[in-house]
Design a protein around this ligand. Structure first.
Ligand code: SF4
Length: 444
């Protein structure tokens, strides 16, 4: 078995450094539910992962360890209408640069800019979703992280594109106190999963776990939530960073305990008799408490992919006030919000664009139009805004049809019951969207 970083070094020796790799780590080789597919970044490091849903296990099951991309001799594909493409692209780039999230927040602090925002809103899940605010959040916030990265790695370490041509540049590099590479800048979800979820407020330990997850090929959300469930089970104490690091090592090496943990939070909860297990469709909940942000709860419950914030990012409208405002603590408007976001997201995902463009697209009609104009000019299409909505609906319909044939029913479109019975502070609120309302999300 070969971890991702060692694998890439081997591929560099064999094929040179002008390649890109798509690979699985040891977790994928063992066909674990938490395994990812890694893609190399601009520095040829395996840091960008298709992480959710255990996709690494699919490559593992097919016996595919790595796919090497070598574009030697290839030319750039020209757009069908270069002038129109150039014109639309200029509007597009201006739109991304002018929006406060894609032009300022993300480039300065990365996705971890969300830690202070969610903590302030009382929606930062802490100690396996027991509390909505983490007293030590400031120690692991995006502001602290960016300052640390720039001080250790030099100015600009927190402002980096994960691939050529990105306008937003929300990525970065994390170095240790002596200036040595530790990992790429851990994302908000990762910092939370290994941080607040486990009561760990040490950025160095979190960056180390981020590296281990990338190296073994593990979903950082699933691993962090699983460790939080293991802490709830009494395997180790909340806040035990060294213990958490050891558990990830067990997973990467495939020990019997590691294979249980690598099967994810749902399995770990069952094995150790934990009742409070934050999963939907056996996938761990991400970094937003659905009681304090009811719209994201609707997305977690109903998206065909299992608990997934990216499938309909209601945080945008509930918390960041992007694309309007819906009160996060009330149930009114959340079904419609999640539905519209899930439709739009399915379509944006189909373009191959990074999802972070959605902030500008949701808020600025001219930026949405620029995206459509770019696609039309590049491919010679005549897509309209209505076509994009129809595409999103068709994708969701196909996914739900797949799930139905795999045996999923409306009963799987639910949050774990503790979210309805246990109020979370500081707002002392439960998840109040009814099952009947949830069943209306896809009734358009
Ligand atoms: S905005 Fe998207 S593409 Fe750009 S650096 Fe961030 S994750 Fe990568």
């Amino acid at each position: 078995m070969l971890p991702n970083y060692d694998l890439i070094e081997k591929m560099k020796t064999e094929y040179g450094e002008k390649i890109a790799c798509i690979s699985i780590g040891t977790a994928g080789e063992m066909k674990m539910c938490s395994s990812t597919i890694a893609c190399t970044d601009m520095e040829l490091r395996p840091t960008r992962h298709a992480a959710r849903g255990g996709v690494g296990a699919v490559m593992g099951a097919k016996g595919v360890k790595v796919i090497i991309l070598d574009d030697t001799g290839m030319k750039m594909r020209p757009p069908k209408d270069p002038d129109k493409f150039k014109e639309a692209n200029k509007k597009w780039v201006d739109g991304l640069r002018n929006h406060p999230v894609t032009g300022q927040g993300l480039p300065a602090y990365g996705t971890n800019v969300l830690t202070n925002i969610l903590n302030e809103a009382g929606g930062y899940p802490t100690y396996n979703f027991k509390e909505g605010r983490y007293v030590d959040a400031h120690k692991i916030s995006g502001e602290t992280q960016a300052e640390t990265e720039n001080a250790r790695g030099g100015p600009g370490s927190a402002t980096h594109g994960c691939h050529r041509g990105c306008v937003i540049r929300c990525s970065g590099t994390f170095h240790d106190k002596d200036g040595h590479f530790v990992s790429k800048q851990p994302e908000y979800e990762t910092v939370w999963a290994h941080g607040g979820q486990c009561g760990i407020c040490d950025l160095d330990a979190i960056a180390k776990m981020d590296f281990m997850d990338d190296n073994y090929g593990l979903d950082t959300i699933e691993m962090g939530v699983t460790i939080g469930v293991a802490m709830e089970a009494g395997l180790l104490k909340f806040g035990d960073a060294e213990g958490a690091i050891k558990l990830i090592d067990e997973v990467g090496k495939g020990t019997p305990l590691g294979r249980i943990l690598g099967s994810g939070a749902g399995t770990t909860g069952k094995v150790f008799g934990v009742e409070r297990v934050p999963v939907v469709k056996n996938q761990a909940l991400p970094a937003y408490d659905p009681r304090a942000v009811q719209g994201i709860g609707v997305t977690y419950a109903t998206t065909p992919m299992g608990a997934d914030h990216t499938a309909g990012y209601a945080i945008a409208t509930n918390i960041l006030k992007v694309g309007g405002y819906v009160d996060p603590l009330k149930t009114e408007g959340q079904i419609e919000l999640s539905r519209n976001l899930q439709v739009a997201t399915a379509a944006v995902d189909a373009t191959g664009m990074c999802l972070f463009i959605a902030f500008a697209v949701l808020d600025q009609p001219e930026t949405f139009q620029a995206l459509i104009d770019m696609l039309n000019a590049f491919y010679g299409l005549t897509l309209t805004g209505d076509d994009v909505v129809a595409l999103g609906k068709q994708i969701l319909k196909t996914e739900r049809d797949f799930n139905a044939r795999a045996g999923f029913t409306a009963q799987d479109d639910r949050l774990p019951s503790f979210f309805k019975s246990e109020p979370v502070g500081p707002h002392n609120v439960t998840f109040n969207v009814t099952d009947e309302e949830l069943d209306q999300v896809f009734n358009w």
